[in-house]
Design a protein around this ligand. Structure first.
Ligand code: KG4
Ligand code: ZN
Length: 352
């Protein structure tokens, strides 16, 4: 079953061809260079770049898979959450492809993609991990910080999410405060790696709340204040310690709530995904937690699967197709709209 999947939710134009859980081709055009001067993603530039790159990305993916449009069984697309003008570009291209080739369109939630990213296989259909439910998932990216339980195939229970900034967004803002560039997460990781010393202290957010939500905006403000109170010389001399302090505090908050979620629920497997999972320190901390609770832990098997990519969208689409969660008629397909603040249970609520 060959699916062409599209994700244009943020700043990567990605198109993949998948067959069940196997990725045949995956193309990603990153826009980071265009957003760098703004220190964050600029929605209208994202739209402009998606518009120029979407057709080439589709053509390259088909060429790499040695397929033509007529060989496709379905088209899948991210309908949300994400930036409205960016989502729109992918949705329009997906609709055109589906209608023109008379094949179904499968709408996928971007977060579903990140949850399934640990179950995406390569060309040789490896690593082919088993789904042992319930699976707890920690999604950490520039736009999301969420704890979700996958109770069964495509059945979600959202346990917690961020009340303000996402963890990746906070790392990007901390890097901006230190004038380190964008995206900040990898830069902070590289500098933090140079020291183990936690010279400064930052508060642990939401210490008294017993829920499973996150909050990063207070941590960012505390960090800003800390940096403002240092002289330029002190700042330069302690740059590694500052990065290490912020990274440690961010991940402590992340793990604190995640451990609470594991303790409170009957869990069989842990998975984690999203751009921040590129961070080796974070992976180590999550591995430690998995060991403590004797649970198997799966991360996305290949680097490109942590960040935004269409391969994970294609794999979710396969499970949706099996359950008949698809749009078939031209009328249904035409009606699909972007949902920038989509919620994981959207399709369930709509009873489709
Ligand atoms: O998943 P992603 O590519 O895009 C979104 O959907 O947001 O995640 C991007 C985020 C950025 O905030 C970036 O700073 C962060 O992931 N990131 C990292 C690392 N690599 C990317 N954060 C910490 N350590 C890294 N190595
Ligand atoms: Zn994402």
């Amino acid at each position: 079953m060959k699916i062409l999947a599209i994700d244009t939710s943020c700043d990567e134009t990605s198109v993949a061809i998948t067959n069940e859980r196997r990725v045949i081709a995956n193309v990603i055009f990153s826009q980071i260079a265009y957003h760098k001067p703004f220190g964050g993603v600029y929605p209208l530039i994202a739209k402009r770049e998606h518009l120029t790159k979407i057709k080439p990305a589709i053509n390259i993916a088909l060429k790499r898979a040695r397929l033509s449009e007529q060989d496709l069984d379905a088209v899948a697309v991210t309908f949300g959450p994400g930036l409205a003008p960016a989502l729109e570009v992918g949705i329009n291209s997906a609709k055109t492809l589906a209608i023109k080739n008379k094949i179904p369109l499968i709408p996928v939630d971007h977060i579903e993609g990140h949850i399934y990213s640990s179950f995406v296989n390569n060309q040789k259909n490896k690593p082919s991990r088993e789904f042992v439910f319930p699976i707890i998932s920690l999604i950490v990216s520039g736009g999301h910080t969420e704890i979700i339980i996958l109770k069964n195939q495509l059945e979600y229970q959202i346990l917690g999410s961020t009340l303000d900034d996402a963890c990746g967004e906070a790392l990007d803002k901390a890097a901006k405060i230190l004038n380190l560039g964008y995206p900040g997460g990898p830069i902070i990781e590289a500098l933090a790696r140079k020291t183990e010393i936690e010279k400064f202290s930052l508060p642990l957010p939401m210490l008294k709340s017993n829920d499973l939500n996150y909050s990063y905006s207070g941590l960012k403000t505390a960090f800003k204040r800390l940096v403002e109170n240092l002289s330029e010389k002190e700042k330069l001399e302690s740059i590694n310690e500052l990065c290490s302090t912020f990274q440690k505090a961010s991940f402590r908050h992340l793990l604190n709530k995640f451990e609470l979620a594991i303790k409170q629920n009957d869990i069989k497997t842990i998975v984690a995904g999203g751009g921040v999972l590129d961070n080796q320190n974070l992976r180590k901390l999550i591995r430690g937690l998995a060991k403590k609770y004797s649970l198997p832990i799966y991360f996305p098997s290949f680097k490109y699967l942590s960040g935004d990519n269409a391969a994970m969208i294609g794999v979710v689409a396969f499970f949706k197709y099996q359950k008949g969660i698809i749009l078939k008629s031209e009328k249904e397909i035409s009606k699909l709209d972007r949902i920038p603040r989509a919620n994981l249970n959207y399709w369930r609520l709509k009873n489709i």
